[in-house]
Design a protein around this ligand. Structure first.
Ligand SMILES: [Zn+2]
Length: 116
């Protein structure tokens, strides 16, 4: 499954930062509509993969971004949820996609170990 390998690579990244797997409280991701990643599938498998790898059962918070498009005709920048939209300012189809394919690790927080 595609999303399992994505969960693995996110955890690889966190493990590299931490040096070793540690119990995580929450992982925050940013996913664009053009990334080809299903946020729902990722939410579904993430906790299982994390637990197997020794990261505990972290919550997953996903920010969904929009596609940002620069219109080559009127030079306006606009955001859409999908690509089947013309420029809202001039109805042009001539454009440059600026973002929307991101899959980013925003943050990962550790469960705080309380010292008695
Ligand atoms: Zn335009």
């Amino acid at each position: 499954m595609h999303e399992v390998s994505i969960a693995e690579s996110i955890l690889d990244l966190i493990e590299r930062q931490l040096g070793a797997p540690q119990a995580l409280a929450e992982v925050e991701l940013c996913i664009g509509p053009l990334s080809g990643v299903s946020a729902e599938s990722l939410e579904f498998c993430f906790a299982t993969v994390a637990k197997e790898r020794g990261f505990g059962v972290p919550g997953l918070s996903i920010q969904r971004t929009q596609v940002v498009i620069h219109c080559d005709s009127c030079l306006e920048t606009y955001s859409v949820d999908d690509l089947m939209s013309f420029c809202p300012h001039c109805n042009s189809w001539k454009r440059t996609i600026q973002s929307g394919d991101e899959l980013q690790l925003v943050s990962a927080s550790l469960i705080e170990v309380s010292h008695v």
